[in-house]
Design a protein around this ligand. Structure first.
Ligand code: NAD
Length: 251
């Protein structure tokens, strides 16, 4: 268990990809701080299962992020994963949705990072892993805010990778293609509307058509990749943007 003695904060880890990353890091002995919304009893069960603590901070609010980070103490592994999506033509894109997506998918990672870095520098070791997306490299229509936020986090990650490289801290993105989680399920009705398609057409002709494997990525696969990035053997993997998208962005 190579992560014994390390503390990992995984944002947006009450569901989907974040939860799979938290489980994978916990399996290697990391002490986990969960974050995200959800049913209280379910979250209490997750805390029991993982021996974790939980912060319900709303990461669109800088003050709540500061409170969460102060309570979490020194973090060795920071996984910026919380994110939301909204699908709409740009001219109808609700302004509040744009602001929410940029605040959560991009600005929150700036706040957690600036607050975690001093502790990592003190220890001379740290891992920052940002869940970006295939949409940090390429675009799809009707996802203007999401694509902007994900291209933004990719640029942010490269910048901090350069700044922190000599302190034993690495920063990388993991960039999944389509992973079957509540985030994907939630965008199907809007995609049906925006593109005039049925549910099956959205799944087969919009989502899976992109992935050469014709399979959804499994959250556990992203957990395994994130765990690898925490290994000492990954100390020179820095500023990378790892695709895990079945070959989508190879095209
Ligand atoms: P999900 O909906 O299953 O989980 C999102 C998590 O974020 C939940 O824990 C939720 O409670 C939390 N969250 C939402 N709003 C929050 C807020 N304001 N403050 C704090 N936490 C909040 O989604 P997912 O599919 O697991 O997505 C996780 C990340 O992976 C996102 O950044 C997403 O963009 C990215 N991603 C997902 C896919 C996919 O196909 N599912 C593909 C590429 C990238």
């Amino acid at each position: 268990m190579f992560l014994e003695g390390k503390r990992a904060l995984v944002t947006g880890s009450t569901s989907g990809i974040g939860l799979a990353i938290a489980r994978a890091l916990a399996a290697e002995g990391a002490e986990i701080v969960l974050n995200g919304f959800g049913d209280e009893a379910e979250i209490a069960k997750l805390c029991d299962e993982l021996g974790a603590t939980h912060s319900g901070a709303d990461l669109t609010d800088a003050a709540q992020i500061e409170t969460m980070m102060a309570a979490a103490g020194d973090i060795d592994i920071l996984v910026n994963n919380a994110g939301v999506q909204h699908v709409s033509p740009v001219e109808d894109f609700p302004v509040d949705k744009w602001n929410l997506i940029i605040a959560l998918n991009l600005t929150a990672a700036f706040h957690t990072t600036r607050l975690a870095v001093p502790g990592m520098k003190k220890k001379g070791w740290g891992r920052i892993i940002n869940t970006a997306s295939a949409h940090s490299k390429i675009a799809s229509p009707f996802k203007s805010a999401y694509n902007a936020s994900k291209h933004g986090i990719a640029g942010f990650t490269k910048t901090i990778a350069l700044e922190l490289a000599e302190h034993g801290i690495t920063a990388n993105c993991v960039s999944p293609g389509y992973v079957w989680t509540p985030l994907i399920e939630g965008q199907i009705p809007d995609t049906m509307k925006a593109r005039g398609l049925t549910r099956d057409e959205v799944i087969n002709d919009v989502l899976l058509v992109k992935q050469a494997t014709k399979k959804f990525v499994q959250p556990e696969e992203i957990g395994a990749l994130a765990t690898f990035l925490c290994r000492d053997e990954a100390q020179n993997v820095n500023g990378a943007n790892w695709s895990i998208d079945g070959g989508w962005t190879a095209e």
